[in-house]
Design a protein around this ligand. Structure first.
Ligand SMILES: Nc1nc2c(ncn2[C@@H]2O[C@H](COP(=O)(O)OP(=O)(O)OP(=O)(O)O)[C@@H](O)[C@H]2O)c(=O)[nH]1
Ligand SMILES: [Mg+2]
Ligand SMILES: [Zn+2]
Length: 397
């Protein structure tokens, strides 16, 4: 099928972004939209992995589509027939156990094709190959999928602010859990007079990870980001508000398509300009998910992802006397001795222990949730049993 893209101007004034606390009540502002006329699934990132999960849906006459925009319960998707808009079925909603079961931007879904220009109905979300998740605030320990099926996650920081190594470690741990390849991006290189020591510091906490210093303003280094996004490869831009994620996206798109906004002068923090997640198709054939800035990335990871982002500590731990050493006060702890003789920086050790505590807390909360769900199930069953017993007895009377 031929591949053609038509850019239409849907709105020609750039409106002011709503204040962050009201953002969720506003429809996403999409000044310029790319309307896809027809697409090849491979160009949208379709690979044999998804084909395998899609087979039973194909038998039922459904077609695959990729979620490009989510706004509350409405979705814009791209597929072979171009752009679809749609919602999930009532049954889907009923069966969903939590927010993580709903389609997220980047997801592949099975839809029943719209009839006569109507809306499509989302039947199922295909297994995710990767997912970058965070914990959503609230009483329940819910998972929020920030970007699904990204191959590369760009963890963006701004060089206008002091680089927060602990935050990068946190993002890396979540990124390792996602299954996607992390790349650290230090943006606003034009505002930095001496990048070498900063690069060295970041590289030290991100062993084996590419660290790219770029400037969205001068476009220096943007080609290195583009080089990670071959045709059909999906990248996701993640990081705090104001670090320049959308500016980088605009550079890669090749036009100022999405609104960016100056950071607040007093604390260099952003204004949460981007209010929704969106997947765009780059002129070079790569795919990119821009996301709204996160205030704080709450952990959603496991012990394994912690080991991956703290390879240095994992290597030291191999030399501990006990295999299950907690590196606290155990005798023969190699991690502690590395701390004492300066081979391991105290900040790095503290950061590791802090993330480990958070992951343990999360695991406990999830266990409690499971336990609660289990209890509720039993309560319901017992109540049903009692009811039917009562009815049976009544019949006898
Ligand atoms: N000097 C300089 N400024 C930049 C650079 N990249 C982005 N900016 C500016 O930083 C501000 C924030 O950029 P955005 O692209 O809106 O940041 P964002 O990460 O998308 O922010 P949210 O959408 O709020 O998450 C804007 O005023 C940009 O012009 C850069 O490389 N150098
Ligand atoms: Mg933005
Ligand atoms: Zn130890």
């Amino acid at each position: 099928m031929p591949y053609s893209v038509v850019t239409v101007v849907a709105c020609n004034s750039l409106p002011q972004a709503p204040p962050p606390h009201l953002a969720e009540h506003f429809l996403p502002v999409i000044p310029f939209r790319t309307i896809l006329v027809a697409m090849n699934l491979n160009d949208l990132g379709w690979i044999p992995f998804f084909e395998a999960y899609f087979a039973p849906h194909r038998e039922q006459g459904f077609i695959p589509a990729r979620v490009a925009i989510q706004y509350r319960d409405k979705y814009v998707m791209y597929g072979e027939g171009g752009e679809y808009q749609g919602q999930v079925t009532g049954k889907f909603e009923y069966n969903a156990k939590g927010p993580e079961d709903f389609p997220a931007v980047g997801d592949w879904v099975a839809i029943s094709p719209p009839v006569g220009g109507g809306t499509a109905v989302i039947q199922a979300v295909l297994e995710r190959r990767t997912k970058f998740s965070r914990k959503v605030a609230g009483v329940k320990t819910n998972e929020q999928v920030v970007a699904a099926n990204a191959d590369v996650v760009f963890l963006v920081s701004g060089l206008d602010d002091e680089i927060n190594l602990r935050r990068i470690e946190r993002y890396l741990t979540v990124a390792y859990d996602s299954g996607a390849r992390p790349v650290v991006v230090l943006n606003k290189l034009d505002l930095c007079s001496d990048i070498a020591p900063i690069l060295a510091e970041v590289e030290a906490i991100a062993p084996g990870v590419d660290v790219l210093a770029v400037s969205a303003r001068t476009q220096e280094g943007i080609d290195r980001i583009a080089a990670c996004l071959d045709k059909g490869i999906t990248g996701a831009l993640l990081g705090s508000s104001g670090v320049g994620k959308t500016s980088i996206a605009n550079d890669l798109i090749g036009e100022e398509r999405y609104m960016t906004q100056d950071v607040r002068e007093n604390d260099s923090h952003g204004r949460h300009t981007t209010t929704h997640r969106e997947l765009v198709i780059l002129p070079t054939g790569g795919l990119l998910i821009d996301t709204p800035g996160m205030r704080e990335i709450q952990m959603w990871g496991d012990a394994q992802s912690l080991q991956a982002s703290f390879e240095d500590i994992a290597a030291l731990a191999a030399g501990c006397k006990f295999r299950d050493c907690r590196h606290d006060a155990e005798p023969g702890c190699n991690v502690k001795s590395a701390l004492e003789d300066g081979r391991l920086a105290p900040d790095r050790y503290d950061s590791y222990k802090k993330l480990e505590r958070e992951i343990a807390y999360l695991a406990r909360r999830q266990d409690q949730n499971l336990q609660r769900q289990e209890n509720e199930k039993w309560k319901k069953l017992t109540a049903e049993h009692k009811r039917s017993f009562k009815y049976r007895n009544r019949d006898k009377l």
